[in-house]
Design a protein around this ligand. Structure first.
Ligand SMILES: NC(=O)c1ccc[n+]([C@@H]2O[C@H](COP(=O)([O-])OP(=O)(O)OC[C@H]3O[C@@H](n4cnc5c(N)ncnc54)[C@H](O)[C@@H]3O)[C@@H](O)[C@H]2O)c1
Length: 345
């Protein structure tokens, strides 16, 4: 088991990779714990949950809404949960976001922990202390920064994950390799079959590397005023693609990463060989494809992006595999390159 510790605003959070999730009760307070999960995860793992009250949400993004938070808060009140209560999320990024947000506002904040059950949440969503719900079409617009006491990432749980969800998480893992840890990129490149077979030892190693990198970034910049922006690599276009079509997050981010790699070549930051290596790896896992989003739609989205500043955006480029570069650019320059790159106009 590997342990990664994050210190932010005087709070310590530990991420345990390779610990069996079935030992989670060792981490819980003696009383007052309530489990939050979704129906899919409950159907597969519910019979092995610790014997504690369970609140269930519907699987998927539709549960990241304030009405769901309100309903769950009501259920917490009914169970008599007070400020000494503890929320244990068992699930993917949606369950962790919902439980983390609920815990950080219920009675002005109670303690919480995660058993992170999807690859996307293990490599990304459950590290960093961000948790949020959506408002209408706008993702993650109501949220807080608040760290769980612990996160358990048991890669054996990934064996039951549907293929598309697994591949979607893999895109975020590759992203971490591209922006900050070349070894993740290279190990992935060299172990395609083992990764497709979801070998848990190898996955634990990759998840640990990814968590270590994210923990380092988040410890330096908890509230995303500088360095943390590099985690948005591929997300500027990725979010537009995700909002426009019905692509899963990681597939949309993969398209965004291809675009950012092309843009990095255009700017002279990387050579074509590095770009081709990135695209090659994304293709090995069938992460690229789908119709391009019209440039007008991309522009509309970027103008509403909560990460823009005025008419500029912090765009994340790369200067080599394993090293990101932040540049502030006019949104129109990004759109212009997108138009040219995707339609040749
Ligand atoms: N807070 C953050 O920093 C952060 C970062 C990245 C993503 N996110 C959020 O994470 C969410 C996406 O996370 P996700 O991809 O895990 O989605 P998810 O939680 O919806 O899980 C995907 C699907 O897999 C199922 N599932 C989860 N674990 C399973 C398992 N072990 N076996 C079988 N099925 C399982 C779920 O029921 C669901 O149907 C988005 O809402 C995104 O905004 C948050």
């Amino acid at each position: 088991m590997e342990k990664v510790v994050i210190n932010t605003s005087g709070v310590t959070s530990q991420i345990l990779v390779g610990k069996s999730w079935e030992t989670v009760d060792e981490m819980l307070p003696g009383s007052g714990t309530i489990i939050i999960t979704d129906e899919n995860v409950f159907d597969i793992y519910g019979n092995k949950f610790p014997r504690l009250p369970v609140l269930k949400i519907k699987p998927g993004e539709e549960s990241k809404r304030l009405e769901v938070i309100e309903r769950l808060a009501g259920q917490l009140l009914e169970t008599g949960t007070d400020r000494t209560g503890f929320l244990l999320a068992i699930g993917g990024g949606v369950v962790c976001d919902v439980a983390g947000f609920l815990a950080s506002v219920y009675m002005r904040g109670i303690r919480f922990g995660y058993v992170s059950s999807s690859l996307l949440s293990q490599v990304d969503a459950s590290t960093g202390g961000k948790n949020a719900v959506n408002l209408g079409e706008t993702k993650n617009v109501i949220g807080t920064f608040s760290q769980p006491d612990f996160v358990i990432c048991d890669t054996k749980m990934l064996l039951t994950l549907p293929d598309m969800e697994y591949l979607s998480g893999l895109a975020e893992l590759i992203k971490t390799g591209i922006i900050g840890d070349r070894s993740i990129f290279e190990i992935t490149e060299q172990n395609i079959t083992a990764i497709i077979n979801r070998e848990s030892g190898l996955l634990s190693d990759l998840v640990t590397r990814s968590v270590r990198f994210k923990a380092k970034v988040v410890s330096e910049d908890e509230k995303e005023s500088g360095l943390r922006r590099i985690l948005n690599f591929g997300h500027t276009l990725g979010h537009a693609v995700e909002m426009h079509g019905s692509l899963k997050h990681g597939f949309a981010v993969a398209q965004g990463m291809k675009f950012a790699a092309d843009f990095s070549v255009e700017k002279g930051f990387i050579g074509k060989d590095e770009r081709d290596r990135i695209i090659g790896l994304l293709q090995r896992f069938s992460l690229l494809g789908g119709k391009p989003v019209p440039a007008e739609r991309v522009e509309q989205y970027m103008l509403h992006d909560k990460k823009r500043s005025g008419s500029d955006i912090h765009f994340i480029f790369i200067e080599e595999i394993g090293k990101a570069l932040i540049r502030k650019l006019p949104i129109l320059e990004v759109i212009e390159f997108y138009r040219h790159n995707t339609t040749g106009k």
